[in-house]
Design a protein around this ligand. Structure first.
Ligand code: PLP
Length: 432
C-alpha cells in the first residue's frame, strides 16, 4: 500500500501498529505527541498536558532534561554501542559500581539487560543455576503472591497474577508456579501469623522444589497498585532463610525513590538475594535494566556446572543507556528527592481525599509519589481518557484504578491540577 504522508498520523498508526495491551482497529482514544519538556507533554494539536504517569514510573526527572541530554550527547560522541562479549567500557563499569553502592548489602554483582521482563528472566535463571550448582537440581520452581506483575515474557508471566495475567490462555506453555494470596495486611499494619501462614504452608509442602520466592516489595504495581505490610516482607525474608529458598525482589517499579525510600525493601530493612531494577534506572531516557546478586550466588554459579551464567543479550550494557543511568542516578542522589517525594505525598493525600466520599470509590491510598483511587467498577476508558486530556493532564487509568505517579520535579500547582482532574473525572464516573 502506498504511504500518503498527508494522511493523519493517527490513521497511519492504526493501519500498522500495535500499542501496549491493545487491539488493532481499536476505537480507543490515541493522541499524537510531538515533544515533551519538564512535566509537560505537547500534543500535535498544540495542547499541553501535565504528566501524571512519568511514562510508567520512568521519567522521574521529567522530560528533555538538560543534564540528561548533555550526558547522552557526550556518550554519543564516543560510541552509541559496542558488543559486551569480550569488551567492556567505562559507562557499564561506573554504573555497576554505582548500583552496588546504592543498593543494600550484600548485593555485589550486576547483570545488565535491556528491559525489566528480561531482568526478571535473568533473576529466575540465576536462582535455578545457583541451586543446580549447589547440587539441588529439583529446585526449579518459584513461589509468589497473587496480584503481582513481573513482565510479559514467558518466565516472568509465569509468576504474574494468574487471573489478570491470563494464565489460562497460555496454559500449555507457562510453567506452573506456586501462589499464595496477596498479603491481607496493608502498609503500616503489622503482619499476623495468619497473614503469613499460607506462605509458610507452601514452603513446608514444596520447599525442596522452590528455587526462590519472587515478589514486588511493598508495592504491587501493574497487578493492582496495592501497598502491603513491611512486616510481611520481613517475615518472608526470615522464612526464605529457614527453608533454604532464595528471595528475589522485583524493584523495577519501586526502585529509585518512588515509595519514599530509595528502594522499597528499605521500608522493611531487608535485602533480597537477587534484585531487579529497571524503569526509572535511566530516568526514562532509554531501555535498561539490571539484575543484582550476592558474591556467594555469583561464585556458586561460576564455580559450578556448566561454569557459565546462561544469558547474554545483544544490547547488554548498551553504553548510551548506561550513560543515561549514571546521569539519572547522579541527578537523583544530588537532589532533595526525599523532600520532593514527601511534598508530593502530602499533595496527593490532600488532593485525592475528596474521592473517598464517593460511593463508587472503594479505596484511596497514597505512598510516596504514588496516589491510587480504586473504583468499585472498571472505568470506561473511551470516555475517561478524553476527559483527562480536556482537563490538561495525562492520566491513564487501568481497570478499576485511577492513579498518579508524577515526575519528582512536579511543582505544587501542577500537582493540584493533576489531583483536581482526578477528583472531577472520578466524580463523573458516578453518573455513568
Ligand atoms: C514494568 C515492570 C516489569 C517489566 O518491565 P518491562 O521493562 O516492561 O519489561 C517487571 N516488573 C515490574 C514490577 C514492573 O513494574
Amino acid at each position: 500500500m502506498a504511504i500518503d504522508v498527508n494522511t493523519s498520523l493517527l490513521k497511519r498508526d492504526r493501519a500498522h501498529i500495535w500499542h501496549p495491551y491493545s487491539a488493532m482497529n481499536s476505537d480507543q482514544p490515541l493522541y499524537p505527541v510531538v515533544s515533551a519538556e519538564g512535566v509537560r507533554l505537547k500534543l500535535e494539536d498544540g495542547r499541553e498536558l501535565v504528566d501524571g504517569m512519568s511514562s510508567w514510573w520512568c521519567a522521574i526527572h521529567g522530560y528533555n532534561h538538560p543534564v540528561m541530554n548533555q550526558a547522552l550527547g557526550s556518550q554519543l560522541a564516543d560510541m552509541a554501542h559496542v558488543m559486551f562479549g569480550g569488551l567492556t567500557h567505562l559507562p557499564a563499569v561506573a554504573l555497576a559500581e554505582k548500583l552496588v553502592a546504592l543498593t543494600p548489602e550484600p548485593l555485589e554483582t550486576v547483570f545488565f539487560s535491556d528491559s525489566g521482563s528480561v531482568a526478571v528472566e535473568v533473576a529466575m535463571k540465576m536462582a535455578i543455576q545457583y541451586w543446580h550448582a549447589s547440587g539441588q537440581t529439583r529446585k526449579q520452581h518459584f513461589l509468589t503472591i497473587r496480584g503481582g506483575y513481573h513482565g510479559d515474557t514467558f518466565g516472568a508471566m509465569s509468576v504474574c497474577d494468574p487471573v489478570t495475567g491470563m494464565h489460562s490462555l497460555f496454559s500449555e506453555v507457562l510453567t506452573q508456579q506456586f501462589f499464595v494470596d496477596t498479603p491481607p495486611c496493608r502498609f503500616g499494619d503489622p503482619c499476623a501469623d495468619t497473614d503469613i501462614g499460607p506462605l509458610l504452608q507452601q514452603l513446608e509442602k514444596q520447599g525442596d522444589r522452590i528455587a526462590a520466592i519472587i515478589l514486588e516489595p511493598i508495592v504491587q504495581g501493574a497487578g493492582g497498585m496495592r501497598f502491603y505490610s513491611a512486616d510481611y516482607l520481613r517475615k518472608v525474608r526470615i522464612l526464605c532463610d529457614r527453608f533454604n529458598v532464595l528471595l528475589i525482589h522485583d524493584e523495577i517499579a519501586t526502585g529509585f525513590g518512588r515509595t519514599g525510600k530509595l528502594f522499597a525493601c528499605e521500608h522493611a530493612g531487608v535485602t533480597a538475594d537477587i534484585m531487579c531494577v529497571g524503569k526509572a534506572l535511566t530516568g526514562g531516557y532509554l531501555s535498561l535494566a539490571a539484575t543484582l546478586t550476592t558474591a556467594d550466588i555469583s561464585d556458586t554459579i561460576s564455580n559450578g556446572d556448566p561454569g557459565l551464567f546462561m544469558h547474554g543479550p545483544t544490547f547488554m550494557a548498551n553504553p548510551l543507556a548506561c550513560a543515561a543511568g549514571l546521569a539519572s542516578i547522579d541527578l537523583l542522589t544530588n537532589s532533595p528527592w526525599q523532600k520532593r517525594i514527601a511534598d508530593i505525598e502530602q499533595a496527593l493525600v490532600a488532593g485525592l481525599q475528596p474521592c473517598s466520599d464517593f460511593a463508587w470509590v472503594s479505596d484511596v491510598r497514597v505512598l510516596g509519589a504514588i496516589g491510587v483511587v480504586e473504583l468499585v467498577k472498571p472505568v470506561d476508558m473511551r470516555s475517561v481518557q478524553p476527559q483527562f486530556v480536556a482537563a490538561g493532564v495525562w492520566v491513564r487509568p487501568f481497570g478499576k484504578l485511577v492513579y498518579l505517579m508524577p515526575p519528582y520535579i512536579t511543582g505544587a500547582l501542577d500537582l493540584q491540577q493533576l489531583t483536581t482532574a482526578v477528583v472531577e473525572v472520578v466524580n463523573g464516573c458516578g453518573q455513568q
